[in-house]
Write a new protein. Structure first.
Length: 318
């Protein structure tokens, strides 16, 4: 699982740094995987092989996925995929591409980075936050991130960050336009034989926080919009955020009912053969910007960290 592929920023305050790796590190990882005997496959191949009885003969296969549709994927990652003849899937949320929604977690970072204090309007009155030091910036960012993802609903979350951005002169639309691909770029990318385009909801909502009806609509219509734009219906889906409170068993069933071949979470782990029964709750290994080390990747590929985290269970869907 990847998000941004770009050079590291020089900013000390970078709370979303875990979502970016450098092009050089991606090149190193793919070189290591191929030398270690891993087969780089499409999600279609992954899906079909999981259904085979003798799946053990495919024990070293990897599918590369990227979430959201950042322009740096096109500029920096795609040439590296071509260098290694590596298939890849990019999951697109149409609302991000056409400007209906924002990269709110990046906007929140920009709001906090640029000043020493912010004031947030709450139902019980205004609350001031001192963000005059680096430590305080991280503390407030994490506090607000937790509040926005647990205490307010998805629509209110976006409204709050958008209002803060307006007050503190952070241009959310310009930010999206700069960071994300255009439809024209996605059209060109979809012609790449190594590329698969997957669905990612319309508004990049945490589907577990929506009603079942709204979650199904977000998932179904994101695929329909991509079909209308690109001419083919996406067969694969990624849950935005993808952690336990953002995508749960109800949502896995919705994805299955909608006919997606696979759906991926951000729960850490390798795919065990038992996941043939849970194709809509697949785990992923995140290439984390804080740990750009081949040793770290090797450790995650062993499956042991996830196995320990899951208390000995190979399958983690509840």
């Amino acid at each position: 699982m990847l998000h941004h592929v770009r050079e590291n920023t020089n900013s000390e305050f970078a709370p979303n740094r875990h979502l970016q790796i450098t092009p050089d590190f991606l090149d190193q990882v793919l070189t290591r995987l191929i030398k270690s005997g891993f087969e780089l496959v499409t999600l279609d191949q992954f899906h079909s092989r999981l259904g085979e009885k003798n799946i053990h003969r495919y024990c070293k296969m990897i599918a590369i996925t990227l979430d959201d549709g950042y322009r740096d994927n096109l500029l920096n990652a795609v040439p590296i995929f071509h260098k290694h003849n590596a298939p890849y899937t990019i999951f697109i949320a149409p609302g991000l591409i056409d400007g209906r929604c924002d990269l709110w977690w990046e906007d929140l970072s920009a709001i906090i980075a640029g000043r020493d204090q912010i004031v947030l309007a709450l139902p019980k009155g205004h609350k001031e936050f001192d963000i005059s030091t680096l430590e305080k910036k991280y503390q407030v960012f994490n506090e607000l991130l937790h509040w926005l993802t647990t205490q307010v609903d998805e629509e209110e979350q976006r409204k709050i960050v958008r209002e803060l951005a307006w007050i503190y002169k952070v241009d959310t639309k310009a930010h999206c336009k700069k960071q994300l691909m255009t439809w024209q770029e996605i059209h060109e990318l979809a012609k790449d034989p190594l590329c698969t385009i997957g669905a990612h909801t319309i508004h990049h909502y945490a589907v577990a926080r929506l009603s079942a009806k709204d979650a199904e609509w977000e998932m179904r219509e994101s695929a329909n919009i991509l079909e209308a734009e690109l001419g083919s219906l996406p067969k694969h889906f990624a849950y935005p955020y993808g952690y336990r409170s953002a995508a749960g068993y109800r949502d896995f069933e919705i994805a299955r009912k909608l006919g997606f071949k696979t759906a991926v979470t951000t729960r850490h782990g390798v795919v065990h053969k038992k996941y043939a029964n849970y194709l809509h709750a697949l785990p992923r290994i995140s290439l984390n910007g804080h740990f750009q080390s081949l040793h770290y990747v090797d450790t995650l590929l062993s499956g042991l960290p996830a196995l320990l985290q899951n208390r000995g269970r190979w399958v983690n869907i509840r």
